[in-house]
Design a protein around this ligand. Structure first.
Ligand code: GLY
Length: 374
């Protein structure tokens, strides 16, 4: 329903989530502005792009796991539509890959820790299968001989966020979205029917929601001679009690991540790099011969329950939040965009979003009286 004059939707934030919301909204005929002085300069520029709802399903996060699975199921179509809208040859141009995740444990203790989690994941009915050391090395011969065992999650995928964001930007522009390269410091600056806050960590200052930066240091290695890395799966490793992930790309890059630190600085530390390199080369020794191409620190937008904030503000129904995606911003992009645009269109919050609405942080639960406690 394109209207003349006033903007229908002002999106604050030009990362993948803001751009995807804008693109999907414009596809439904809405007049959309995206406000961001530097689109794609937030967490997505650092992110590895794992689309791993199975390997990342964590204890006690069943509602979040359901949302991750919902979004993963949307990804193949979403990627194909983004690629087509941006004039790419296909999803491979987005770095979209489907080989799955190998979970590996190097020591007996590491394996026990990994097994505990994948047993939980299997208990949820998720597709993940245990492999012994031979099964693992048959799949990835480059794994260190000392790796004890692990599991395969065949349905986990990956995408390259640094290819995704420009493609989404182009898709959005081609569908009529207007990009405004100015920062928004106060929502009162905006004149639109609905404001969508897709500002990652920046959403805290704009909305008062408890979204905090959680620092992650990450490395990018490059295979010699511009060859693709000699392993194909995303590897999630347990090594001496720490976890690490290795994400191979066809263009020769391997992303190694990530530290998880309750800090808000961007310093890349010697200790952070040392730990990541040690874990990476303990699991795949050949990586010691790769170029150390990039080190970087970014901020995940964390929330008190690790789940995103999606839905209208309790006291401002004309402000919809789509922020706080913590470790899953890339994976959750399609479901967030499509649910937000359903909400923009219908005005109704889908029951599937109930665990994620902003009011969960402001609700006053029934407090027990003294009599009830006695
Ligand atoms: N999703 C990967 C990370 O947060 O490091």
């Amino acid at each position: 329903m394109r209207t003349t004059g006033r903007t229908d939707v002002a999106v604050v934030g030009g990362g993948p989530i803001g751009l995807a919301i804008a693109w999907r909204a414009a596809q439904r005929g809405m007049r959309v502005l995206v406000h961001d002085p530097d689109p794609g300069s937030g967490a997505s520029g650092v992110a590895a792009g794992m689309l791993a709802p199975v390997a990342e399903a964590s204890f006690g996060e069943e509602a979040l796991t359901r949302l991750l699975l919902d979004s993963a199921a949307r990804w193949p179509r979403f990627a194909a539509e983004v690629a087509a809208a941006a004039g790419l040859t296909g999803v491979a141009d987005l770095g979209y890959r489907t080989e799955g995740t190998l979970v590996v444990g190097r020591t007996a203790d590491d394996l026990a820790q990994a097994r505990r989690l994948w047993t939980y994941q299997r208990g949820l009915g998720l597709p993940i299968t245990a492999l012994d050391a031979t099964g693992l090395h048959d799949r990835e011969p480059l794994l260190a001989p000392r790796v004890r065992g692990g599991a395969h999650a065949p349905d986990d995928h990956q995408v390259d966020p640094r290819r995704l964001v420009p493609a989404l930007r182009l898709a959005a522009l081609r569908s009529g979205v207007v990009l405004v390269s100015a920062a928004v410091r106060d929502l009162a600056e905006l004149d639109a029917g609905t404001v969508v806050v897709a500002a990652g960590c920046g959403a805290a200052a704009l909305t008062g929601l408890p979204i905090r930066p959680v620092k992650g240091q990450i490395l990018r290695l490059r295979a010699p001679g511009g060859e693709p890395p000699a392993f194909r799966h995303v590897i999630r490793g347990y090594n001496d009690g720490r976890t690490v992930y290795l994400v191979p790309r066809h263009d020769g890059e391997v992303v190694v991540g990530a530290t998880v630190e309750e800090r808000a600085d961007h310093t890349v530390t010697a200790g952070g790099v040392l730990e990541l390199l040690r874990d990476a080369t303990d699991l795949v020794p050949e990586l010691a011969e790769y170029e150390l191409a990039e080190t970087m620190a970014g901020h995940r937008p964390g929330t008190p329950d690790n789940a995103p904030v999606i839905g209208p503000l309790a006291d401002r129904p004309d402000v919809i939040v789509a922020s706080g995606h913590y470790r899953h911003g890339i994976l959750l992009t399609p479901v967030t965009a499509e649910r937000v645009v359903d909400l923009l269109t219908s005005g109704v919050v889908d029951p599937a979003l109930a665990p994620f609405t902003p009011d969960r942080f402001t609700r006053t639960e029934h407090a027990p009286s003294r009599e009830e406690i006695r």
